[in-house]
Design a protein around this ligand. Sequence first.
Ligand code: SF4
Length: 321
Amino acid sequence: MVSVEEVTKIFPANRRSLFPSGKAGSVTAVDRVSLSVADNEIVALIGESGCGKTTLGKIMLGIIPASDGKVLFDGHRLEEFTSSGRKEYMDWRRRYQMVFQDPYSSLNPRLTVRQTLAEPFILHTGLDTASVRLKVDELIWAVGLDSGVDSCLPGELSGGQRQRVNIARALACQPRFIVCDEPLATLDASVKSQIVNLLVGIHRQYGVSYLFISHDLPAARYIADRVAVMYRGSLVETAPTELFFNRPRHPYSQILLANSHQRYRDGRLSDPSVPITHQPGSTGCKFAGQCPRAAAVCFSAQPLLIQTEPDSFLACHLPPG
Ligand code: SF4
């Protein structure tokens, strides 16, 4: 349904850049990535902070342009929609939505819950006021909010309630696909599980597909059909979820999972405990500086993402046997 082919995104460099230079004065945030999300599918995109996950999600929705490569919706190029008439563009736009990481900053602090949820209907449909009111009531119910919150401002809501409002807003115009960008990152543990269950329920009921961007590997395992692992702007492994968690094949994936297990054992839920440091750009595998399996070939050529099994792809010169 939604796919990117050989997509690259190059930003002007700044002093805090963690990515290798694509060329002088620039950083390559996304490096020739191809990925698709099918109808009724949930793909989890995982990897450490700053690896390009959010940038890729925004490119998939046409929120930021790619520097190179294609973005396709049902086989049609993004440009067909962005250069079409307003009605066609708005019709396309409403079907592809994003839920942002910070549920507070992504809501207008001056709009009540009802006003926030009414906006998409006013923008995308010709419904009259009474019908919009009914639709908003339905949304409030669908995401498990108490009907009394409709007159609240975002500042009067808890983090979990705000994220439910964000999800409700994304659902307002019956989207086919939602990029969920770290939707659990700012929530405490009990609220996280409620939001994950809400997303699963919406997926089952409405058939909405997700790109689920997250550091939370247990949540990714619970929610996703397929996992894609990103490292320094490149995809290094994709596989069906259970296969991936039972048998990660890329050395970086193995470290990511080991770190996650360690964190959960320690009760720490922040970024990886064993640092995965960045090395300046090289011509070889981006992970060669930390890889326990690295050999001479790894420092001279970047491995391509190739199919190793049905539905599984790996970028490694020396895959495990
Ligand atoms: Fe490690 Fe080499 Fe594979 Fe890169 S290509 S992950 S350095 S074994």
